[in-house]
Design a protein around this ligand. Structure first.
Ligand code: FES
Length: 175
């Protein structure tokens, strides 16, 4: 009788391989949980980290070298599609960089070299070579970008358009 009891007890004990397997699975589960937590912590940290907007390569990309001043004839307009602006060389040789966005509802305004004006195809606003409104509904002059002349080359800062209500002589950069 007692030998039967002992035999039953021995039969109910889980085999050693099963214990080892369970222990391995627990270890694997703990490792995966730790990895997932580390990944979540990294994602949260990246999200909260402030953006570095003062990167010098980004700042350099905002300045477009339009070329030597002599390349532009007085009373002409040159389009710079990558910079989304027109470089207007006025009658006196001064430069204005004009946004190509209409100040009415934002359509792109093409330059008409025959008429020497910008004519918006959307609602018929018209601007002169200085970006001044000739015909509404545009409420104000085309925005402009800062122009500087360095070593007789025209540089345009396309980082931020400069909003203006009308043309003024002090907006023009001279050679
Ligand atoms: Fe140019 Fe309306 S968007 S006139």
């Amino acid at each position: 009788m007692s030998s039967q009891k002992i035999k039953q007890t021995v039969d109910n004990t889980p085999p050693i391989e099963s214990k080892v397997r369970r222990s391995l699975l627990n270890g694997l589960w703990m490792a995966l949980s730790g990895l997932a937590l580390a990944e979540i912590a990294w994602l949260v940290g990246s999200f909260l980290k402030p953006l570095q907007s003062t990167d010098s390569s980004v700042q350099a990309a905002d300045i477009i070298d339009a070329g030597p001043v002599d390349r532009f004839a007085p009373n002409s307009v040159t389009a710079f599609p990558p910079g989304r602006f027109y470089l207007a060389c006025l009658e006196d040789g001064g430069f204005l960089a004009l946004s190509r966005r209409c100040t009415h509802l934002g359509c792109t305004v093409p330059w008409d070299p025959e008429r020497k004006q910008f004519a918006c195809p959307c609602h018929a606003s018209v601007f002169d070579i200085r970006g001044e409104v000739i015909q509404s509904p545009a409420p104000r002059a085309l925005d402009r970008f800062a122009v500087s002349i360095e070593n007789r080359r025209v540089k345009v800062d396309v980082g931020t358009p400069i909003r203006r209500s009308a043309f003024r002589k002090d907006q023009v950069a001279h050679r």
